[in-house]
Ligand binder design. Structure first.
Ligand code: ADP
Ligand code: MG
Length: 461
């Protein structure tokens, strides 16, 4: 969202929020003549009128500034403070677009060498590096999709354009299309690779209209070399966004840029997709992805177990592969649960332990609800549900709240606006930010991981 906000508007919003959190005197003294100078990747540069104010902002107010920037969609954020030149203090700064300046001027140039590195940097790929071809297991159900994605990674916009991947939840669509993006960047086949979820695209579009920055938005996406748009079914029914996407699509396609789209259904089965967008999706190659077969699931489990640094016996692998058939994310979840359970108790994972754990899986309520997740999370952290969904921003509450959002997302796959609502937040970017944050943290923070698996364990009893 920040892409389409200009710095002035963004900073005004941030200040508005800070104003609520500090005394009037403090606000007038320390914040009044500050500016947001620029955003360099993850570094936000804030200008202060003099050295004294600069020091105060650094030492006393950094946390609140960072928090408020995060609340407004900039994440993760490091803030640097600079002293504003005296001349600039009285001049009204012009709105400068955040991050995106200059992107559309070279919008149709293709090769890496033509793209200046600063411009490249300004493209926020949105890719998660953990999704690679190397750690994607190929088998029945995904081999065609894999081959098409490999071909695109070798030679974008040559053959399958657009590539439309569709299939059920948790079968590797996101993994595969992000792997293309990561490979393209790594092999320097394309630099301005943009991955975006449809939810994010829709929200940015709405923000662009609201802040009248539509050209920034359009320019950003039309300036990409490769556009990867995930879960396009969420565009259904949003006619204005569809129209915008239609134009983006045409512009990219005409400029011979690669477009990759994923969805939970084939174009003709997405309700309320405008005909012309549907026909665009049908131009290229549509590939159906299916849940991998038993053998492939076994290999996936072995490979994921190795990534955890544990060895599983053959019968255990087969048991796990048999227990979850249609959803690799769920399969991973089961494995993670088993590994975490054993790690905490310093046990070797065995079939017996898995049976005990998965036995309870079988009984898990069919319709797990977000409310249940919220309740369990609150209980785990000894908070009340009211506190968890309430307005307080203390760290002791914020982290559990973020964990609850993460679990709702990973277990129930609710949309971000819904997740935000379940936790009493108005702004869905809070949910996006929380889920991403916890996803990252759980990879290195054992406490977070333990909390998640303990809460999930309870959910499944
Ligand atoms: P989808 O987008 O189809 O809902 P994801 O791409 O998010 O599914 O996949 C869910 C999880 O399963 C991810 O963590 C992904 O890495 C993993 N996964 C899915 N398919 C494979 C596979 N063939 N090999 C390895 N991991 C896989
Ligand atoms: Mg996905």
């Amino acid at each position: 969202m920040n892409r389409v906000l200009d710095t002035t508007t963004l900073w005004q919003t941030v200040l508005g929020e800070i104003e609520l959190g500090v005394s009037q005197g403090n606000f007038a003294t320390w914040f009044k003549n500050t500016r947001l100078l620029r955003i360099d990747g993850e570094v936000v540069v804030v200008g202060a009128p003099n050295v004294f104010i600069k020091q105060q902002l650094e030492s006393k107010f950094n946390d609140i500034i960072v928090q408020s920037l995060e609340n407004n969609g900039l994440n993760p954020v490091t803030v640097e403070y600079k002293i504003l030149p005296a001349s600039s203090l009285h001049r009204k700064v012009e709105d400068s677009p955040v991050i995106l300046s200059g992107r559309s001027s070279s919008g149709s140039t293709g090769s890496t060498s033509e793209v200046s590195s600063s411009l490249t940097h300004s493209y926020r790929h949105g890719l998660n590096e953990k999704y690679t071809f190397e750690n994607f297991i190929v088998g029945s159900g995904n081999e065609l999709a894999y081959a098409a994605c490999q071909a695109i990674a070798q030679n974008p916009a040559a053959k399958y354009n657009p590539l439309f991947l569709y299939g059920g939840v948790g079968i590797g669509k996101t993994h595969l299309i992000q792997a293309v993006g990561n490979a393209l960047i790594e092999n320097k086949k394309a630099s301005r690779v943009v991955y975006v979820t449809t939810e994010q695209f829709v929200q940015e579009f709405l923000d662009a209209i609201r802040y009248k920055k539509n050209t920034d938005f359009a320019g950003y996406y039309r300036g990409a070399d490769v556009l990867i748009i995930d879960d396009v079914q969420f565009i259904a029914g949003k006619e204005k966004t569809q129209e915008e996407f239609f134009h983006t699509f045409n512009a990219l396609h005409q400029a011979n840029k690669q477009i990759i789209v994923s969805s939970d259904a084939r174009p003709k089965d997405i309700p309320t997709l405008t005909d012309r967008l549907r026909s665009r999706f049908e131009w290229g190659m549509a590939i159906d992805m299916q849940a991998p077969d038993f053998e492939t699931r076994c290999v996936i489990i072995q490979s994921k177990a190795q990534q955890h640094g544990v060895n599983l016996s053959h019968d255990l692998v087969e048991h796990l592969a048999g227990s979850v058939q249609n959803n690799i994310r769920e399969l991973e979840g089961v494995l993670n649960q088993l590994v975490a359970f054993c790690e905490m108790r310093q046990l070797e994972p065995t079939l017996e332990i898995a049976l005990a754990l998965l036995g309870s899986q079988k009984n898990r309520p069919r319709h797990l609800t977000a409310k249940q997740v919220v309740e369990r999370t609150a209980r785990y952290f000894s908070l009340s549900v009211e506190e968890l969904v309430g307005p307080k921003r203390d760290k002791e509450i914020v982290v559990p709240r973020q964990i609850a959002m993460y679990i709702i997302r990973s277990e129930l796959h609710l949309s971000f606006p819904k997740i935000a609502r379940e936790l009493g937040r108005k702004d869905h970017t809070t949910a996006i930010h929380s889920v991403e944050k916890i996803d990252k943290e759980q990879s290195y923070d054992p406490d977070v991981r333990a909390a998640i698996s303990a809460i999930k364990e309870k959910l499944h009893v």
